[in-house]
Design a protein around this ligand. Structure first.
Ligand code: ATP
Length: 267
């Protein structure tokens, strides 16, 4: 993993198999992102420009960042992250230069995916922000998007919790003109996410994913992941009661390790 400022070339191997409950959404996003990255020529045949940008919107923790990362890994694309608030605040005065650098590098290293998290911070409705600086940054982003000439070899994925706070210009054709809502998962989605996040854990036979999913309406993927982590910690505490002794040079008997399981009560 190589990190410079906001530019991150990420190699964390999250893939499609790690994403639960979003089959339809993933299918559509793959069509728009993967197809142009892998087969730019098919768009020439049908005489249209490949999509440049996809906007993912929905509440926090529904998997927007995860999808973008998975997409980059699965297509072997370079992955660049632009964090909206960070570009505005941390690089105040140099924001436009930062954006230009990232776009340039992405084009040099194509195929690439540029993920813009919290896009609303970077491209808010112009009348509401008013400031000259903000206007310049939105203008720069629009110009960079319009200037992408790499025939689908650089794809933008934008993420926001509030699509209506975006400058409408950023959603026009040729920019973020495809939008995919990511909703709070339903019961089947929750079952899938719970299974994914506990697939490497030793589970007791009493663990009932249907029941757990019934008990967790409103939980997004990030909440369900946290629930699984917490259940694992509860199981550890239950099985290793004298954790201080352990840390001061104790040992874990083989039977304890073998018997260590997460049970329904730990969730
Ligand atoms: P934010 O708007 O806060 O940036 P986000 O929508 O980008 O949120 P992610 O960062 O992708 O959400 O999700 C956080 C974590 O939650 C992921 O790393 C993953 O562990 C888990 N998660 C979220 N959605 C899913 C999902 N659909 N399947 C499996 N895990 C998920």
């Amino acid at each position: 993993i190589q990190t410079r400022d906001t530019i991150t070339l990420d190699t964390t191997a999250v893939g499609y198999k790690d994403i639960g409950g979003l089959d339809k959404e993933l299918q559509r996003i793959r069509e728009m992102v993967e197809l142009p990255l892998k087969f730019p020529a098919v768009f020439d045949r049908v005489g249209i420009e490949p999509p440049k940008g996809v906007l993912l919107y929905g509440p926090p923790g529904t998997g927007k960042t995860m999808i973008a990362r998975a997409m980059a890994n699965e297509t072997n694309s370079a992955f660049y992250v632009i964090n909206g608030p960070e570009v505005i605040n941390k690089f105040y005065g140099e924001s436009e230069q930062k954006l230009r650098n990232i776009f340039q590098e992405a084009q040099q290293n194509a195929p690439s995916i540029i993920f813009i998290d919290e896009l609303d911070a970077l491209a808010p409705k112009r009348p509401e922000t008013g400031g000259e600086v903000e206007r310049r940054i939105v203008g720069q982003l629009l110009a960079l998007m319009d200037g992408l000439t790499s025939r689908g070899q650089v794809v933008l994925i934008g993420a926001t919790n509030q699509p209506n706070a975006l400058d409408p210009a950023i959603r026009r054709p040729g920019r973020f003109d495809r939008e995919i809502p990511l909703r709070v998962p339903d019961i089947r989605g929750r079952i899938e996410v719970l299974k994914i996040h506990s697939r490497n854990a030793a589970l007791a036979p009493d663990v009932d994913f249907n029941r757990l999913a019934q008990m967790t309406p409103g939980f997004v993927g990030a909440d369900l992941a946290a629930l699984c982590r917490e259940a694992a910690m509860v199981a550890l505490r239950r099985n290793l009661p004298r954790i201080n002794e352990l840390l001061q040079g104790g040992f874990i008997p083989y039977e304890t390790l073998v018997n260590l399981q997460i049970t329904m009560n730990d969730f």
